[in-house]
Design a protein around this ligand. Structure first.
Ligand code: SAH
Length: 207
């Protein structure tokens, strides 16, 4: 718990101010979401491999994306694209009403599902992403969308899964020139704000 507390305090130093986000991360055993061999690095503020060429995001990025998407509220319905290890999903499940999470690599999805069950998180729905559809259109629209893999340009169909007043946090851009964006749906359309430079694995698929 001491290393976890140290991580939380460094997130605070880096500008994370939402106490609910910090508490959710303090409450979540990140070491369970990575292989035993690298579990000793689970509370370093870095990304780590989770197999299949994918990574669990850096804790700072998880905290930042969550804080910006929540904006101090508790969204009823949230969509996560890229379940991966299931760590970000777990944080969201503590801060939102219901979380819908999609992942295209089946073994990662199964492993995350098992962990969520073990941690008794009952407000998460999982789905295997197939074909060229992004997200979970027939379950939307969502009050919040968090995308943890980067498309080169933001797919149109993600905008339409955002409810009015909803907030989407998504990285996009070329491999080594990605930016994190906040997309807000207003009554008259969408606004797009650039947040900071980031590095994510690519979002796969699309037509
Ligand atoms: N949120 C995860 C981060 C995993 S990395 C965590 O906390 O561990 C991003 C994930 O997005 C990868 O597992 C990758 O397989 C998945 N992904 C990539 N393209 C996708 C798509 N079109 N639909 C769903 N998942 C996708």
């Amino acid at each position: 718990m001491r290393t976890r507390a140290r991580l939380i305090s460094s997130l605070r130093d880096m500008g994370i101010t939402d106490e609910k986000v910090l508490a959710a991360m303090m409450d979540t055993p990140r070491h369970l979401f990575v292989d035993e061999g690298i579990a000793s690095h689970a509370y370093d503020n870095g990304s780590l491999p989770i197999g299949y060429g994918q990574t669990i995001s850096q804790p700072y990025i998880v905290a930042l994306m969550t804080q910006i998407m929540l904006d101090g509220r508790k969204p009823a319905k949230v969509l996560e694209i890229g379940t991966g290890s299931g760590y970000q999903t777990t944080i969201l499940s503590k801060l939102a009403g219901t979380v819908y999470s999609v992942e295209r690599i089946e073994p990662l999805l199964k492993q995350a599902k098992r962990l969520h069950y073990k941690l008794r998180l009952r407000n998460i729905f999982h789905k295997l992403a197939k074909g060229n559809t992004f997200g979970w259109p027939d379950t939307g629209p969502f009050d919040g969308i968090l995308v943890t893999a980067a498309p080169q340009t933001i797919p149109e169909e993600l905008y339409s899964q955002l409810a009015p007043g909803g907030r989407m946090v998504i990285p996009s851009g070329e491999d080594n020139a990605q930016e994190l964006y906040l997309i807000e749906r207003t009554n008259s359309g969408f606004t797009k704000t650039s947040l900071e430079a980031v590095r994510f694995v690519p979002l796969i698929g699309g037509s």
